[in-house]
Design a protein around this ligand. Structure first.
Ligand code: NDP
Length: 291
C-alpha cells in the first residue's frame, strides 16, 4: 500500500483561483484589496519570500506595496513605516517579513500592526482570538495545513491529532485550529519523552520541527494522515536537496495520505496569505461572508 499524495500546489491553485474571483467582485464594487510587505535587511531567503508574495498578489489582482529597508534601519523607523500603513485606509494587509535584524525587537514591531490588517495573524489580539474561537486572521501556514486536512479527510471531528513542534508561528496556532475543528490534540516538543509513542497513536500528524527526516515509520500509525511543514536543506552525495521533518520514503507505505516536500504545505502558505488579505479587505469594508 502506498499513501495518497496530498498535492499542495493544486490545492494552492484552487485557493488562489477562489481569491482571484472574489477580488474581481470587490473591484467591480470599487474596492481594490492591497497588501503592504515590509522587508528589513538583506537576508537572501527573505528577499525570495517577499518577491514570491508580491508576484502572487499581483496574479490574483491584489495591489502590492513593497517597503525595502536597509539592515541598519532603526526600530523607530520601522515602527514609523508600520504606523503610516496602519493609517492608510487604502492598505488592507500589512506583513513584516521575519526574521528582523537582531537589533529590532520583533514582538514590538508585530504588536504595532493594526490587528485588523495583521494578515500573518501574529498580533496578540489575533492569537488570543484564535484560542478563544473568535473569527480572526489566523497564521497562514497552519491555516493552509487545515485546508489540506479538510480536503483530504472532510470532517476532522473526533480525530486524534498530534502536532510535533510548539512554535508561535506554526505549532501552537496549528494546535488551536485542530482543537477548534473538534480534534483531540496533543502537542510534542523537544522535551517530550518517547514522542514516537504518542505520535504513533495519532490519526493526524502535523510535523513542524525543523529536523530533517526526524519522523520515521515507527512514529506513524498505519492509515494516519501526515502533514509535513518542515523545510530542511540537506547535503546528499555531494548534492543539496530539500527534505521535510518526515522521512517521506519510509512513511509512504504506512500513512494513508502525506504531503511531499517541496510541493506540499509550502505553496499553501502564500495562498492563505492572499486569502487573509482578501478577508481583511472585506472586513474593513464591512462586508460579511455572504456579501
Ligand atoms: P521552531 O524552531 O520555531 O520550532 C521548532 C519546534 O520543534 C519547537 O517547538 C521545538 O521544541 C520542537 N522540536 C525540536 N526538536 C524536537 C524533537 N527532537 N522532537 C520534538 N520536537 C522538537 O520552528 P518553526 O515552527 O518556525 O518551523 C518548523 C519547520 O517548519 C522548519 O523546518 C521551518 O523551515 C518550516 N516552516 C515551513 C513553512 C512553510 O511554509 N512550509 C512556514 C514556517 C516554517 P521546543 O519548543 O521545546 O524547543
Amino acid at each position: 500500500m502506498s499513501a495518497q499524495l496530498i498535492d499542495g500546489k493544486a490545492a494552492a491553485a484552487r485557493v488562489l483561483a477562489e481569491v482571484a474571483a472574489e477580488v474581481a467582485v470587490l473591484k467591480a464594487r470599487g474596492i481594490e484589496p492591497a497588501l503592504a510587505v515590509v522587508l528589513v535587511g538583506d537576508d537572501p531567503a527573505s528577499h525570495v519570500y517577499v518577491r514570491n508574495k508580491v508576484l502572487r498578489a499581483n496574479e490574483v489582482g491584489i495591489r502590492s506595496l513593497e517597503y525595502r529597508l536597509g539592515a541598519n534601519t532603526s526600530a523607530e523607523a520601522v515602527l514609523e513605516v508600520v504606523a503610516g500603513l496602519n493609517a492608510d485606509a487604502s492598505v488592507n494587509g500589512i506583513l513584516v517579513q521575519l526574521p528582523l535584524p537582531a537589533h529590532i525587537d520583533e514582538t514590538r514591531v508585530l504588536q504595532a500592526i493594526d490587528p485588523a490588517k495583521d494578515v500573518d495573524g501574529f498580533h496578540s489580539e489575533n492569537v488570543g482570538g484564535l484560542s478563544q474561537g473568535r473569527p480572526v486572521l489566523t497564521p497562514c501556514t497552519p491555516a493552509g495545513c487545515m485546508r489540506l486536512l479538510r480536503d483530504t479527510l472532510g470532517d476532522l471531528s473526533g480525530k486524534h491529532a498530534v502536532v510535533v513542534g510548539r512554535s508561535n508561528i506554526v505549532g501552537k496556532p496549528m494546535a488551536a485550529l485542530l482543537l477548534a475543528a473538534n480534534c483531540s490534540v496533543s502537542v510534542l516538543h523537544s522535551r517530550s519523552v518517547k514522542p514516537e509513542k504518542l505520535c504513533g497513536q495519532a490519526d493526524i500528524v502535523v510535523a513542524a520541527v525543523g529536523r530533517p527526516l526526524l519522523i520515521g515509520a515507527d512514529w506513524i500509525k498505519p492509515g494516519a494522515v501526515v502533514i509535513d511543514v518542515g523545510i530542511n536543506r540537506i547535503e546528499e552525495n555531494g548534492r543539496s536537496r530539500l527534505v521535510g521533518d518526515v522521512d517521506f520514503d519510509a512513511v509512504l507505505p504506512v500513512a494513508s495520505a502525506i504531503t511531499p516536500v517541496p510541493g506540499g504545505v509550502g505553496p499553501m502558505t502564500i495562498a492563505m496569505l492572499m486569502h487573509n488579505t482578501l478577508l481583511a479587505a472585506r472586513q474593513q469594508h464591512g462586508l460579511t461572508a455572504q456579501e
